[in-house]
Design a protein around this ligand. Structure first.
Ligand SMILES: Cc1cc2nc3c(=O)[nH]c(=O)nc-3n(C[C@H](O)[C@H](O)[C@H](O)COP(=O)(O)OP(=O)(O)OC[C@H]3O[C@@H](n4cnc5c(N)ncnc54)[C@H](O)[C@@H]3O)c2cc1C
Length: 467
């Protein structure tokens, strides 16, 4: 880049060398240390993601502790009967649960709650309360798979009129051969209920395919049923687009609506029966239309699990602005948390279909197995340390640290001072920048070293002499 500025380039090279020498003069030896790795794993959440990850790890000869808060394993998939592609979800789930319960290395704790989690990569200790009492589990890695939930709508007469239901409730009633559903003359679905708005500014991804799946199933059982889908954008991504086309060909009518002109629903008297009257604007016809429906189905948002905040605090892992867990790097570390030794998969991360959940669970198990297959880990010596006599215990470093590596302790003189856990510290230097007294320093990048380096940028005979 400096090929045409040879003089300036040479000067720059001299400056850089001089600065490096100035810094090298104050370097101190760093001690790396070796940490043993506990070979066991903890999986939090016994849905498809958690069970798949647990089995994968157990098949690689690791003891796995699978913690589920409900009485039964299975999670959300217990309410789903088929996928859009025709997979029999209940048969798959039963087989998966059978394998989990039969596997000698998977230890299942149901109706269980995590009380406390502490430790660091390779050496975690988690306390779990269950029917078996309080169990202390030691593990080298953890996988967070606590899933997501269906939003409970507050609009469109949901909860007030029993003819209004969510897609999941519709699916359950179809599976139960409820004739009130299959014999209906007319059914309206409304998409994007409770998401893509100010409160939840994200797309739930699953609902468009879910609506198309339920519409196709109903059309198969009762071809004369009128089905209308009021949508904002149909997001049947990947090959699911084919099923969207098939639904159109089967006379399912798709009508776009705008959020500022959302459909209005009221109970009304139809020509020959009481109906739910849905009024919406048809932008192709350019006028308001009224649809008299026997049933109204809401594609409700997928929302983060109610326990997300608690789990995020317990394991010191981060949630994104929408309340789902955030990976360390979207492309380079997609199933890792920033905190080492903790991985994520399933809808705890963001809404995804069962097939995507299974793939991601194998990904998380693979990353955890990579860690657990090692006998020891080498921790970096370039970590922060506190000069306790300078610490005013303001806590600025603690709030700056994203890895939970700093806490307060009472020192030998009886004063409260910050203390760094070198195993958790990633040496990002944020705490140094925040410390008002300079009490906390990052080894290998101390203030003294950096100041020396900067001072040497301008040749100063005094510095040159000391360098
Ligand atoms: C409304 C809706 C409709 C869907 N429809 C379809 C569909 O038609 N087709 C399709 O392919 N996919 C569908 N999905 C997606 C599918 O449900 C998921 O991909 C899959 O079930 C996610 O599995 P999971 O294990 O990540 O989460 P979940 O199934 O939610 O399991 C998480 C488990 O963790 C447990 N848990 C939560 N907190 C804790 C805690 N603190 N400690 C211990 N355990 C805890 C929960 O009890 C639960 O058992 C739908 C999802 C939703 C929300």
């Amino acid at each position: 880049m400096h090929s045409k500025e040879t003089e300036a380039a040479t000067q720059k090279a001299k400056d850089l060398i001089r600065m490096s020498v100035a810094r090298a003069c104050c370097l101190e030896p760093l001690q790396e240390f070796s940490l043993p790795v506990d070979k066991n794993a903890l999986v939090v959440g016994g849905g498809v993601a958690g069970m798949t990850a647990a089995l994968s790890l157990a098949n690689q000869r690791h003891d796995v502790y699978l913690v589920e808060k409900e009485k039964q394993l299975g999670g959300m998939a217990r309410r789903i009967h088929s996928t859009l592609e025709g997979m029999d979800v209940q048969a798959y789930l039963n087989d998966l649960m059978h394998k989990v319960y039969q596997h000698p290395l998977v230890h299942v704790y149901t109706e269980a709650a995590i009380v406390d989690a502490e430790g660091y990569v390779g050496n975690f200790t988690t306390k779990v309360r269950s029917k078996r009492g309080l169990t202390e589990i030691k593990h080298g890695a953890a996988i967070i798979a606590i899933g997501a939930e269906e939003h409970r709508p507050t609009e469109y007469l949901y909860g007030e009129d029993e003819r209004v239901m969510t897609q999941l409730e519709l699916e359950e009633r179809i599976a139960a051969d409820d004739t009130a559903i299959t014999d209906a003359q007319s059914l309206v679905m409304i998409q994007c209920v409770g998401c893509r708005n100010e409160d939840r500014n994200y797309c739930s991804r699953i609902c468009c395919s879910h609506a198309v799946k339920n519409a196709l199933t109903l059309k198969e059982q009762n071809p004369s049923m009128d089905i209308y889908v009021l949508f904002r954008d149909m997001r049947t991504y990947r090959f699911a687009e084919d099923y969207y086309r098939k639904a159109s060909e089967n006379n399912v009518k798709f009508i776009r609506y705008e959020p500022e002109d959302a459909p209005v629903v009221e109970a009304a008297d139809g020509e020959d029966r009481p109906v739910l009257r849905v009024t919406a604007t048809d932008y192709i016809l350019g006028r308001k239309i009224e649809l008299d429906a026997d049933l109204l189905v809401l594609s409700a948002a997928t929302v983060p699990a109610s326990t997300s905040d608690e789990v995020s605090r317990q394991f010191k892992v981060t949630l994104g602005p929408d309340g789902f867990f955030t990976e360390a790097h979207v492309k380079l570390r997609p199933v890792d948390f920033a905190a080492e030794g903790i991985f994520l998969c399933g809808t705890a991360h963001y809404p995804k279909h069962i097939g995507e959940t299974i793939s991601q669970a194998y990904g998380a198990a693979g990353r955890a197995a990579g860690l657990l297959s090692q006998d020891s880990l080498i921790a970096s010596g370039s970590v922060c340390q506190v000069e306790e006599s300078m610490c005013v215990s303001c806590g600025a470093c603690i709030s700056a640290c994203s890895y939970g590596a700093i806490d307060f302790h009472e020192n030998a003189q009886g004063y409260r001072a910050a203390r760094v856990n070198p195993v958790l510290c990633k040496g990002d230097g944020l705490c140094n920048a925040k410390c008002p007294t300079g009490a906390i320093q990052l080894k290998h990048f101390t203030d003294k070293e950096i100041v020396r380096q900067l001072d040497a940028e301008i040749p100063d005979p005094k510095i040159l002499a000391t360098a």
